[in-house]
Write a protein that binds this ligand. Structure first.
Ligand SMILES: NC(=O)c1ccc[n+]([C@@H]2O[C@H](COP(=O)([O-])OP(=O)(O)OC[C@H]3O[C@@H](n4cnc5c(N)ncnc54)[C@H](O)[C@@H]3O)[C@@H](O)[C@H]2O)c1
Length: 401
C-alpha cells in the first residue's frame, strides 16, 4: 500500500481517539501546508501511530475540542498533506476555499459521546450508530447492495459503492449525492476476486476518507446446477467470488481497520458478510452456492476470533429470498421466469403464480427486503458484545438451533 494510504488511518484514529466521534481524513496530492506539521522518524504502523499521537498531544490542538483541519506529515524526504473534517461535506468546503475560519466546521460536528464502541453508551437509536461513519459496500451497484448503500446513506453514513459494474456504481453514487445535496457516496470499480483490485479499493478508502468503520462484503454470484451435471469451472467461479473474495476483502479492509485501532484502541470496526439462508441449510441443485455460503460462516467465525484483538467485529447476515430484486424479478433472466419455464412451481401458469408459490414457503408470507437487511446490519453494528454470528433474516423460514 502507498505510504500516504498507510498514514491516513493513523491520523484518523488519532483524531477519533480525541474527538470521540467519526472523522474524515482526506489525502491531498501535491500537498499544502498543515496547521499541524510533523516529521516522522518511523514509517511503520506502530511507530508512526505513537509519533502522531505524541505530536497531537503536544501541539495544543484538541484543547477545547479543537482539531487540526490540515495535517502535513514528512517522512523520508517526502511530504504528505491531508484535510480533516467531521463530515465529507466539510472536506469539500475546505477544498473549495469556502471555509474562512477553519473552526466554523466545528459547528457541523455531531453530538459528542456518540461513540458506539464504548460499553457505557446506551440509548443510541439504531440509525445513529452509523451516522458520519465511513462504510463500504461491495456489489453496491444493484440488488441488495444498492438497498444497503441507500439505507446506510439515509442513516447518515458516507458510503463507498464498490462494484465490478463501474457505470452502475457511478450512477448510484451520483444519484445519492444529488438526492442528499452533499457528498454521501463515492464509486469504486473493483473485482472482489482479484487481490490487487481489492487492495486498490482499500487504498482508495484510505486516501479519500482516512479509513473505514463498516465493510459490507455483499457482492455474490449464483450458478445453480445439479452436482451430477456440474460444470466445475462454474463451481470454482462461485467459490472464488462468494468465499475466497470474502477472505481477500477481510484481509485488506481489516488492515485499514487495524491501523485505525493502533491509533484509536477504543474504536470498534465492523466487517459484515451478506451470506444467505443457503449458508444455514443445504440447497438442492445449488451446492456451489450453498457450499460457498456455509464455508463463509466458517471464515466469519475464524476471522471474528482473530480480529477481536483489534476491536473488529466480524458477523454475517443471512437473508431470505429477495423476490423484488433483479436476481428473482428480472423480466428476462430472473429466477421467476426461469422457474416458470422449468415448471418448478407446481401448477404455476404465470410469474405471479411462481412468486406466490415461493412466498407461501415463508412463515411471514413475503420475501426479504432491503430494509430488513439494513435493520440487521444496524443491529450488528450497535451490538458491541457479539461477534462471529450468522444472523438469519428470513421471515421465519430458517431458524437457528
Ligand atoms: N437475491 C437474493 O434473493 C439473495 C438472498 C440471500 C442472499 N443474497 C446474497 O446477497 C448478495 C447480493 O445478491 P443480489 O441478489 O443483490 O445480487 P445481484 O446479482 O443483484 O447484484 C450483485 C452485484 O454484485 C456485483 N458483482 C458481481 N461480481 C462482482 C465482483 N467480482 N466484484 C465486484 N462486484 C461484483 C454486480 O455487478 C452487482 O452489482 C449476494 O452475496 C447474495 O448471495 C441474495
Amino acid at each position: 500500500m502507498k505510504t500516504e494510504a498507510l498514514f491516513a488511518p493513523l491520523i484518523r484514529g488519532a483524531i477519533m481517539e480525541k474527538a470521540r466521534r467519526p472523522w474524515i481524513v482526506h489525502f491531498v496530492p501535491g500537498g499544502e501546508a498543515g496547521e499541524l506539521s510533523l516529521a516522522l522518524r518511523s514509517g511503520e504502523e506502530q511507530g508512526a501511530a505513537g509519533e502522531i499521537a505524541a505530536a497531537f498531544g503536544a501541539s495544543g490542538f484538541f484543547k477545547e475540542g479543537k482539531i487540526p483541519l490540515r495535517v502535513r506529515l514528512e517522512y523520508d524526504g517526502t511530504g504528505y498533506s491531508y484535510l480533516t473534517a467531521p463530515c465529507r461535506g466539510g472536506i469539500e468546503k475546505i477544498r473549495m476555499g469556502e471555509v474562512k475560519d477553519p473552526w466554523e466546521l466545528q459547528s457541523l460536528e455531531a453530538e459528542r459521546g456518540a461513540f458506539p464502541g464504548k460499553p457505557g453508551d446506551y440509548g443510541l437509536s439504531r440509525s445513529r450508530v452509523v451516522k458520519d461513519r465511513i462504510a463500504l459496500v461491495t456489489g453496491g451497484a444493484q440488488g441488495f447492495g444498492e438497498e444497503i448503500a441507500r439505507g446506510l446513506v439515509s442513516a447518515g453514513a458516507f458510503v463507498f459503492i464498490a462494484d465490478l459494474n463501474r457505470t452502475g456504481a457511478e450512477r448510484l453514487a451520483a444519484a445519492l449525492n444529488e438526492e442528499y445535496g452533499k457528498p454521501a457516496a463515492f464509486p469504486i470499480e473493483v473485482n472482489v476476486g482479484d487481490e490487487a483490485s481489492v487492495e486498490n479499493m482499500a487504498e482508495t478508502a484510505a486516501l479519500e476518507c482516512g479509513g473505514l468503520d463498516l465493510c459490507v462484503s455483499n457482492a455474490g454470484v449464483l450458478r445453480a446446477q445439479a452436482i451430477l451435471e456440474q460444470d466445475i469451472s462454474g463451481f470454482r467461479f462461485v467459490t472464488d467470488i462468494n468465499y475466497v473474495a470474502f477472505a481477500i476483502i477481510t484481509k485488506h479492509c481489516g488492515r485499514l481497520m487495524r491501523a485505525q485501532h493502533t491509533a484509536s484502541p477504543s474504536w470498534t470496526g465492523d466487517i459484515i458478510q451478506i451470506n444467505s439462508k443457503s449458508g444455514l441449510e443445504g440447497s438442492s441443485k445449488n451446492g456451489a452456492y450453498a457450499g460457498s455460503k456455509f464455508g463463509s460462516i466458517g471464515l466469519v467465525q475464524s476471522f471474528a476470533k482473530e480480529l477481536v484483538e483489534y476491536n473488529i467485529k466480524v458477523n454475517a447476515v443471512c437473508p431470505g429470498n429477495f423476490f423484488d430484486g433483479p436476481l428473482w424479478a428480472d423480466p428476462e433472466k430472473g429466477l421467476f421466469v426461469q422457474y416458470l419455464k422449468a415448471g418448478k412451481a407446481p401448477g404455476a401458469k404465470t410469474v405471479e403464480d411462481v412468486k406466490a408459490f415461493y412466498e407461501s414457503k415463508v412463515p411471514m408470507g413475503r420475501g426479504c427486503t432491503g430494509p430488513d437487511v439494513i435493520r440487521a446490519i444496524l443491529y450488528l453494528v450497535e451490538q458491541i458484545y457479539e461477534t462471529g454470528q450468522a444472523l438469519p433474516v428470513t421471515g421465519g423460514q430458517t431458524m437457528l438451533n
